[in-house]
Design a protein around this ligand. Sequence first.
Ligand code: SF4
Length: 155
Amino acid sequence: MDRHAEDRVTWCPSGDAHRPESVVLGVRSGDNGQVVYVDEPVPAADVLSSIPEGIAPHRILRFASHCTSACANRVGDDCGLIQRIQTLPSSRDTGAVPRCHLRPHCKWWNQTGVDACHRCPALSTLNSTDDRLAVLVADPATTVEQLESWIAAAE
Ligand code: SF4
């Protein structure tokens, strides 16, 4: 890919660890497993072999990979995952955004701006199957309207 084409690529901050271009976005090491972002992108391939067998890479790391039109989360040109995430009540809606190497090319930042960055550290790319709301948010088939109804009913 030439330099100009590379500049136009947007990246998913909830990416697939195993794609050729994948990089480590951060480490789930902060309070409550929140992501602490690495200063520079590290190729995922360089770290995956260091993760002990039996531990899913997404349990300890967040990865970024190219945002593709074939993604199940795509809604037109937009990312439906961050749309669903934005439906959730947020307690982090003020203050500085985290330092993050992905920002210039991040799909979520380019689509929604600062709100995505306030929510981003708390997100896990591993579906928690015992958390019904997390499963609904992660499911590309869930609509924003369904989420809003579910949240309203749970209140
Ligand atoms: S949403 Fe914000 S903090 Fe998260 S990867 Fe994108 S630019 Fe970085």
